[in-house]
Design a protein around this ligand. Structure first.
Ligand code: AMP
Ligand code: MG
Length: 499
């Protein structure tokens, strides 16, 4: 399919340019550099399209391609690249920015909600450094599918509206087809936006940035005596909740640098992410993360570390007196561990089918993970099948998932006692547990099969996965194979920062 050359009417959306009302130091105006055609429309997410009042079938494939390649801009759109900084693997980089994703337009939908349309792989920007401004089809498929899968899991995330493959080659470890993904989020403002102005000694821009977030997304914070402190408080809470949600489904982000942390707390920037197959607390999903800084079990602590970077960068607007500002920031940061624990325990109680709060619930949860460690237990399968647990039964199909079944028995005895104590009804518990334990997650090997087919020109698997992962908690017996253990070849799959 080729992009039409004759002029056609531009897509009419309720476009606004609100971010650009901030001072010019916040961004650079850019125009997308579309990849060469012919292009292929790989997929459009009807659910994401609805967020901006679009009907997936209301636009022709050519029109979708024109939008998702950046060939034809929505009416009144004036694209820009945002500048930000960030701590990458613990080290401050004073200037980063949108190096290959541009803010194509901001759209206000009929319900009044603001959505950023962010085009990834749209070509170089003033912040591209040595990069080519491009994204490959492989990583674009992963980002596209995972964004929509996370949303269906009920985990805060950027969304993905559509994906286009190009025939222009992009050079990574090998020559690969290039692609663009159009993603959506209420805001793409990162912790690193505050760090940019803080470390650049331009503290006068911190308040306008905070004001933008409050005025556009968190107007209720205006009622607080100290709205900027309330903003920090809000980001701490949302970050704790999102990371707790990640832990509860075995999601590993892979690159939790502060430039990949959203101020509104949603999951942002899908690179070398992964879902745990076999449970391993120290699992490192990013092949480039040699020291395991972003290992699965480190994510909650890194969340705290990142929030302290944010708090540091916000100090000048928390109080005119530096010492008072530090005391205030520290006070809020200290609340993170207990907020994280509360969010995590709420998720885990639901996963174990515990309707009432028990004093020893955290111990029970920790004991389960300790039993899983080193026992070759598949994360998603174990939790899904735990719904079949019978307090007085032998539970053979559960215990057999453990390399050493006796490890399970010890835990099962505690669990049985706990369930009996709250007199839970088995059939109600089963339904509730199925709604808390996904049957379908985007395992690496599923993404890999879809990628290989798409690279060969067949996008059917991407679209099949999109549909299956849109209903992760439903049985979908016809798709049972997608919930099965990964094949042996998947063990060697490696995902790195290169995308
Ligand atoms: P990431 O860790 O992938 O979120 O990227 C970190 C920084 O590198 C961001 O500023 C990106 O915009 C930039 N970047 C990553 N890949 C490229 C690329 N191929 N071209 C230009 N900039 C890039
Ligand atoms: Mg990034």
């Amino acid at each position: 399919m080729t992009v039409p050359t004759e002029p056609r009417p531009a897509l009419t959306l309720n476009v606004c340019d609100d971010f650009a009302r901030l001072p010019a130091s916040f961004f650079s105006r850019v125009t997308p550099t579309p990849l060469q055609g012919p292009h292929r429309l790989v997929s459009v997410s009807a659910a994401a399209a609805r967020l901006i009042d679009l009907d997936a079938d209301g636009l022709s494939p050519d029109d979708w391609i024109a939008l998702i390649t950046g060939t034809r801009l929505p009416s009144n759109a004036r694209p820009l690249a945002m500048v930000y900084a960030g701590h990458q693997f613990g080290h401050l980089v004073p200037q980063l920015g949108d190096g290959r994703a541009i803010l194509l337009a901001q759209v206000r939908n009929q319900a009044g909600a603001l959505w950023d349309l962010h085009l990834k792989g749209a070509g170089p920007t003033p912040y591209s450094r040595q990069g080519d401004g491009r994204a490959v089809l492989r990583s674009s498929i992963r980002e596209y599918l995972c964004s929509e899968a996370m949303a269906a899991l009920g985990i805060p995330t950027t969304r993905a509206l559509g994906l286009v493959a190009s025939s222009e080659a992009v050079y990574r470890e090998r020559i690969e087809p290039g692609a663009t993904v159009l993603r959506l989020a209420p805001s793409h403002i990162r912790f690193g936006h505050f760090e940019y102005f803080y470390y650049g000694n331009r503290h006068e821009y911190l308040a306008p940035l905070a004001d933008y977030l409050i005025d556009h997304h968190l107007t209720h914070l205006r009622e607080f005596d100290e709205p900027y402190l309330a903003l920090l408080d809000h980001t701490i809470q949302r970050t704790a909740e999102t990371i707790a949600a990640w832990q509860s489904v075995g999601f590993c982000h892979g690159v939790m640098n502060t430039d990949n942390m959203a101020m509104l707390g949603h999951t942002l920037d899908y690179g070398p992410f992964g879902f745990l197959d076999t449970y391993d607390a120290g699992h490192i999903c990013n092949h480039s993360d040699h020291r395991g800084r972003y290992a699965y079990d480190q994510q909650p602590y890194i969340g705290h570390w990142n929030l302290s970077c944010l708090a540091q960068a916000m100090l000048p607007i928390l109080d005119p007196d530096p010492e008072t500002a530090a005391v205030k920031a520290t006070g809020y940061l200290e609340t993170y561990p207990s907020r994280y624990d509360a969010a995590y325990l709420a998720r885990m109680r639901a996963k174990l089918g515990l309707a009432v709060h028990g004093r020893d619930d955290r111990t029970l949860v920790d004991a389960l993970f300790a039993a899983m460690q080193g026992n070759s237990v598949d994360f998603a399968i174990l939790f899904r099948t735990l719904a079949d647990f019978e307090p007085d039964g032998a539970n053979a199909s559960l215990r057999n998932q453990f390399l050493n079944p006796a490890t399970f028995d010890a835990w099962a005895a505690q669990y049985a006692t706990r369930l009996k104590a709250e007199r839970s009804d088995p059939s109600q518990r089963r339904v509730a547990m199925h709604a808390a334990n996904p049957k379908y997650v985007l395992r690496n090997h599923l993404a890999e099969i879809a990628i290989q087919k798409s690279e060969a020109g067949d996008d059917s698997e991407v679209n099949r996965l999109l549909a299956i992962l849109a209903r992760p908690y439903d049985e979908q017996p016809e798709h049972h194979a997608y919930a099965d253990y990964p094949p042996a070849w998947a063990t060697g799959l490696e995902v790195s920062c290169s995308s």
